[in-house]
Design a protein around this ligand. Structure first.
Ligand SMILES: Nc1ncnc2c1ncn2[C@@H]1O[C@H](COP(=O)(O)OP(=O)(O)OP(=O)(O)O)[C@@H](O)[C@H]1O
Ligand SMILES: [Mg+2]
Length: 244
């Protein structure tokens, strides 16, 4: 029987895009993710998929700040367009791998940083596989970026799924070049790097992931390659487990 009967999987932008090449999908990684998730669904797994910005969303935010000096409200659509372009590619590939995916545009479910997940939960309960993604959301006279890391932790907590899995381009949290098997957030937070992007890199991910501690059975940060996602979903010891 599957260890994670239900789960929220965050496909990191570091995994599904080529981070140093503008608006470039890492097709090999995206297809590998789709194959693993399709296998998970065939084994009876239920899931919500969240994805990050990678070389689509993060450079768009930086462009707006460079041009306007701040996250000007008129830049919100520019970021949304970049994210929607990545989201439709993810949507298409998942559907091609026979996953019953449906797309939820984040800027319509979130107001500033507060999001309501009724429509996501409705579709999940219908047996569909909702896709949500980190995005720019209007907020007063500016915009905020709601990260995929945060959305994943909040949706996992609200649904009370078994597992919250963050797939990235590294095999887990590395300390002195070694993957740490299990960590307490408070023990490692100072050892984990930010990345200079708006959502705080690995440090931001660990902080956001910790929102779901005690609400899900397991939280894992795992390398998406080499079947890392499906192994984590089957309860195998891969990546780094985050504990309270
Ligand atoms: N201690 C650490 N262990 C592992 N990775 C780390 C560590 N410190 C910093 N990193 C970096 O964090 C990156 C993952 O965070 P990043 O935000 O770049 O990816 P992501 O969340 O998958 O992408 P996105 O934010 O676009 O969704 C890794 O590629 C790695 O370079
Ligand atoms: Mg990130």
């Amino acid at each position: 029987m599957l260890f994670c009967k239900s789960s929220v999987i965050k496909l990191g932008g570091s995994f599904i895009t080529v981070k140093d090449s503008l608006c470039t999908v890492n097709w090999g990684s995206l297809i590998s993710a789709a194959e693993q998730l399709s296998q998970y669904v065939k084994e009876g797994g239920r899931l919500v998929i969240v994805h990050g910005g990678g070389s689509f969303g993060h450079p768009a935010v930086k462009d707006v700040i460079k041009e306007k000096g701040r996250m000007d409200i008129s830049g919100v659509g520019y970021v949304q367009e970049a994210m929607l372009s990545l989201a439709t590619k993810v949507f298409k590939v998942l559907r091609a791998y026979e996953i019953d995916a449906v797309l939820h545009t984040t800027h319509t479910i979130c107001s500033c940083e507060t999001c309501s997940y009724e429509s996501v939960i409705r579709d999940f309960k219908k047996g569909l596989v909702p896709i949500v993604y980190g995005d720019a959301v209007p907020c007063n006279d500016t915009f905020v970026v709601v990260s995929g890391d945060r959305l994943a932790a909040e949706i996992a907590s609200e649904l009370g799924v078994d597992c919250l899995i963050y797939a990235v381009d590294v095999p887990g949290i590395l300390i002195n070049d070694k993957v740490v098997e299990r960590v307490k957030v408070s023990d490692i937070i100072d050892l984990v790097g930010g990345s200079g992007d708006i959502t705080g890199g690995m440090r931001g991910k660990v902080i956001e992931a910790s929102r779901a501690i005690g609400k899900v059975k397991r939280i894992v940060i795992v390398g998406g390659k080499e079947n890392g996602i499906i192994k984590a979903l089957r309860g195998e010891k891969v990546g780094t487990e985050i504990v309270g």
